[in-house]
Ligand binder design. Structure first.
Ligand code: UDP
Ligand code: MG
Length: 315
């Protein structure tokens, strides 16, 4: 078993054959120039259909100690690829970086310097983003929505270039589009994130895998993130909150109709308000019951959410 490297660099990729060798060389040169010690580059081929895997095989042959090569039979998405790579990473510090050379490997030392200040995660901030407007505008909206709902105040959640202490990143599970919200998931565990401005190069090879579909899925995942970070332990409060509001409104409507009938003798008859009132009360009962079922399942399971929070230090 080889000794554990100090740094792991996880690179998810799908059809990026043109940049892989150069990316590896730039990383190796940066590590050497700055005497950063031992390192491993974990390539995760997320179902490429071009020559990416061949390139990775060649790199593995040339640098057996430094290259770890993982491959999915088909495309599972960036979050799954990151997750598989992070699981294998043995370094105390784990980087993630895109494969398309839009990130600048020479900036690795700046991330390490910021981590040294005591943060658990350092996230790149593409201040001068080299992407088309159709992509930067939705991204601004996303970042603002994520900041507002999560309370984590960074500018650029989705930057692929990040560095973590191993303990922090090994504590989160990634799937779907959740990689966009890692700092939020980390914050829920009590880990801190700092941001440093990074260079962002134009994509010169291959094509972006970004699209409207991904944007849409990412939006849905924001709801997931808010629910799992704020309500994982108390699902009843999430559903029950809506249920209480709906039930109360329905009750008030029905009560006012009854009072009108009793005091002023107005007929209730087929009034739309009656139907609305009944609907809201039923909805309220349903939502509160859903929340209760959630709480019961949660209580009876040995799931993550039910565990006593992990103690990180004792004296
Ligand atoms: N990627 C991946 N699986 C996917 C989509 C993307 O592994 O299903 C990789 C891609 O090869 C690149 C990184 O994720 O290394 C960022 O993707 P991309 O450059 O397409 O995103 P953009 O920079 O345009 O937001
Ligand atoms: Mg890119």
């Amino acid at each position: 078993m080889p000794t554990e490297p100090a740094l792991s660099i996880v690179i998810p990729l799908c059809n990026e054959e043109a940049t892989l060798s150069s990316l590896f060389e730039q990383i190796a040169a940066t590590v050497e120039t700055n005497a950063l010690g031992s390192f491993e580059v974990i390539f995760v081929d997320d179902g490429s259909t071009d020559g990416s895997w061949k390139k990775i095989e060649a790199l593995k042959q040339a640098h057996p100690e430094q290259v770890v090569a993982l491959r999915f039979r088909r495309n599972h998405g960036k979050a799954a690829a990151l997750s598989a790579g992070i699981e294998q990473a043995r370094g105390d510090i784990i980087f993630t970086m895109d494969a398309d050379l839009q990130d600048e490997p020479a900036e690795i030392p700046s991330f390490l310097a910021k981590l040294d200040e005591g943060y658990d995660c350092v996230s790149g901030w593409k201040q001068l983003r080299k992407d088309p407007l159709g992509k930067t505008l939705p991204s601004r909206f996303f970042n603002a929505a994520t900041r507002a709902t999560s309370g984590v105040k960074i500018h650029d959640f989705n930057c692929g270039f990040k560095a973590y202490r191993a303990e922090a990143i090994h504590s989160v599970e990634l799937y779907g589009e959740l990689h966009r919200y890692i700092p939020v998931l980390l914050a829920a565990e009590g880990f801190t994130t700092a941001e440093i401005p990074v260079e962002h190069h134009r994509r010169t090879h291959g094509v972006s895998k970004y699209g409207w579909k991904r944007l849409f899925k990412g939006g849905l995942d924001l709801i997931t993130v808010v629910v799992i970070t704020r309500y994982l332990k108390r699902p009843g409060h999430f559903f029950g909150g809506f249920g209480m509001i709906s039930g109360m409104l329905g009750f008030l409507i029905l009560a006012s109709l009854t009072i009108e009938k009793l005091i002023f003798g107005h007929s209730i008859g087929q009034r739309p308000l009656l139907q609305l009132g009944i609907l809201l009360v039923i909805l309220g009962v349903q939502l509160i019951s859903t929340g209760l079922i959630g709480e019961l399942i949660n209580f009876n399971s040995k799931s993550q959410s039910q565990k006593t929070p992990r103690i990180t230090e004792t004296l």
